[in-house]
Design a protein around this ligand. Structure first.
Ligand SMILES: [Zn+2]
Length: 171
């Protein structure tokens, strides 16, 4: 699967044509004249460390990157903040609960599936729950930073490296 090209206007079902609008070629509906702006999709991840200083990763049970390790996370819903999304995804994918998250950083990633994704990372201190693989995950494991498995998604690798540096600087 790859990024699907929109053929029809999502508002009225009219046919799109490509027109120059605000500096680049965009989809414009030939029926209702609506311009369909395409933007990166925001996603949020949770960076959780245990008492040994190890990082929680999940093994994916769905595409993309089926069977590979990554941070717990997912797309931000329309009525959520990035932080709320990170906490919700953590809950859904790992069964771990937290009250808040601390912003670590964010990275843009080009995605075959979604065009562009902006991944936000939050450091999360778990207050409740035991790790149990849920949505989109087939396994969960804590890894020490010097023995991480290959991690799917460039943005996750960058977040983990940034987080590692922040942890080292705070010691
Ligand atoms: Zn239309």
């Amino acid at each position: 699967m790859s990024l699907k090209e929109l053929k029809f206007c999502p508002y009225c079902g009219g046919a799109f044509e490509q027109r120059e609008v605000v500096g680049r070629r965009r989809h414009v509906c030939t029926a209702c004249e609506e311009v369909y702006y395409q933007n990166p999709v925001p996603a949020a991840t949770a960076l959780v460390v245990n008492s040994c200083g190890e990082l929680l990763l999940g093994k994916r049970s769905v595409e993309p990157a089926l069977g590979e390790w990554c941070l717990p996370g997912g797309f931000v819903e329309i009525d959520e903040s990035m932080e709320q999304a990170a906490l919700r995804e953590l809950r859904e994918e790992t069964g771990l609960y937290a009250d808040s998250g601390q912003f670590v950083g964010c990275f843009y990633q080009n995605s075959m599936y979604y065009g562009g994704v902006i991944i936000f990372g939050y450091r999360v201190d778990v207050v409740r729950g035991e790790p149990l693989a849920g949505d989109d995950m087939q396994a969960l494991q804590f890894f020490s930073f010097d023995k991480l498995p290959p991690v799917a998604f460039e943005s996750h690798r960058k977040l983990i490296e940034l987080f590692r540096q922040q942890l080292a600087a705070s010691l």
